[in-house]
Write a protein that binds this ligand. Structure first.
Ligand SMILES: Nc1ncnc2c1ncn2[C@@H]1O[C@H](COP(=O)(O)OP(=O)(O)OP(=O)(O)O)[C@@H](O)[C@H]1O
Ligand SMILES: [Mg+2]
Length: 360
């Protein structure tokens, strides 16, 4: 029924919505579980006194994992130091991760202004990830290969064809309120990857779009989900699921996979968030007890904003002169709350317990 040939451009990629039953009992059951987990996470985020406090860290963790799928590996240490230190970091992997984080931000800001996911927004996102000006693919020849170098999929070819399919995807995301938003997100993700509008960065852009769709559907206020971590761990299943849709119009494996991803990562996200909040409370109480003159609520917040802190961060929120805040940091290190490292000419202070939570 479907004219798919893995070595020819799939210009017959069917438009959305899919001609398949996506409301089977199995899918609906999984949708309920995933929605429940996600709602719990979002509820916890809404109850935070200052939800934006964790934003930087969360974005960076997601950016790091998403880039790792493409074998862009950086360490947490490099990453957070690069964000904070004035010294220029020449590690290209770290730079790519930082670009990726910027692209997540760009997407969120754009949705706050205009609540639509458009082809142009996708172009902006991929340009931000890649730091180039490339747009939709115009030249033929893009193929997806497996690890042995064999062709497994050839996306549609021709700018007009790609734009037409992107326009259909855009409409599908905007309309179709009868499909559950999580199922819709899974379908859109397949379609975006199958269209493969760019010559590179489609995976990373597609994973950002997942977060944007959750935001658009008001299921998640801030992107506190580490979706990419799940995809790295279950990469083969992910590829298999995509292929089953293309080759057999079999959506269920892929949709279930995506729902499981939402459920598992929401549970883990909530767990991590609770651990960080607990650590923050305990640390705050201990600082108050051991260093009453150093303690303030703002100080505790600033050392939990990112795993690394520097003097300037304390000065910027009005905690004192360079000398005063310098002494605060020294005292915090002496009492074991922070550990200092020298990066170039600067001293950065690591909240190692926070870093430990991020690494589990
Ligand atoms: N058979 C397939 N059909 C459709 N899309 C696929 C298939 N196999 C993989 N993909 C998608 O293509 C992406 C890779 O494309 P591309 O290299 O343009 O993106 P990337 O962001 O550079 O890479 P990565 O996703 O590996 O980080 C994968 O992440 C996946 O989403
Ligand atoms: Mg690539």
């Amino acid at each position: 029924m479907n004219s798919f040939d893995k070595s020819k451009p799939f210009n017959n990629l069917p438009l959305l919505p899919p001609k398949a039953d996506l409301e089977t009992k199995e899918i609906l059951r999984k949708t309920i579980k995933a929605s429940r987990a996600l709602a719990q996470l979002n509820g916890a985020i809404r109850n935070l006194p200052n939800p934006s406090l964790f934003l930087d860290t969360i974005h960076l963790q997601e950016a790091k994992a998403s880039s790792e799928i493409e074998n862009i590996i950086t360490t947490n240490d490099d990453l957070y130091r690069a964000v904070l230190a004035d010294k220029k970091f020449d590690n290209p992997a770290t730079k790519e991760v930082i670009n990726h984080r910027e692209a997540i931000w760009l997407g969120f800001r754009s949705l706050e202004k205009k609540p639509f996911i458009t082809t142009n927004l996708c172009i902006e996102i991929v340009q931000c990830i890649k730091k180039n000006t490339a747009g939709i693919r115009t030249t033929p020849g893009t193929t997806l290969l497996n690890t042995k170098g064999e062709i497994i999929y050839t996306p549609p070819s021709g700018e007009d064809v790609i734009r037409e399919k992107m326009a259909n995807l855009e409409t599908f995301i905007k309309n179709n309120d009868t499909i559950d938003p999580l199922i819709k997100m899974a379908i859109s993700h397949y379609q975006f990857e199958a269209i493969h509008p760019f010559s590179d960065g489609n995976g990373r852009a597609g994973r950002i779009l997942l977060l944007l769709q959750l935001k658009l559907e008001q299921l998640l206020d801030i992107p506190a989900l580490f979706l990419s971590e799940y995809i790295i761990k279950h990469k083969n299943q992910y590829y298999k699921g995509l292929r089953a849709v293309t080759e057999k119009n079999d959506w269920s494996v892929f949709v279930i996979y995506m729902l499981d991803m939402v459920e598992k990562t929401a549970i883990k996200g909530l767990d991590r968030l609770e651990s960080i909040i607990r650590l923050m409370e305990v640390t705050g109480a201990e600082i108050k007890e051991k260093l009453p003159k150093v303690y303030s609520k703002d100080l505790v917040e600033v050392i939990f904003k990112l795993p690394y802190t520097k003097r300037k961060n304390l000065i910027d929120i009005g905690l004192g002169t360079p000398k005063t805040v310098g002494n605060y940091l020294i005292e915090l290190e002496e009492k074991g709350f922070l550990k200092s490292v020298k990066v170039g000419k600067e001293k950065l202070y690591l909240n190692h317990k926070l870093m430990n939570i991020l690494e589990t």
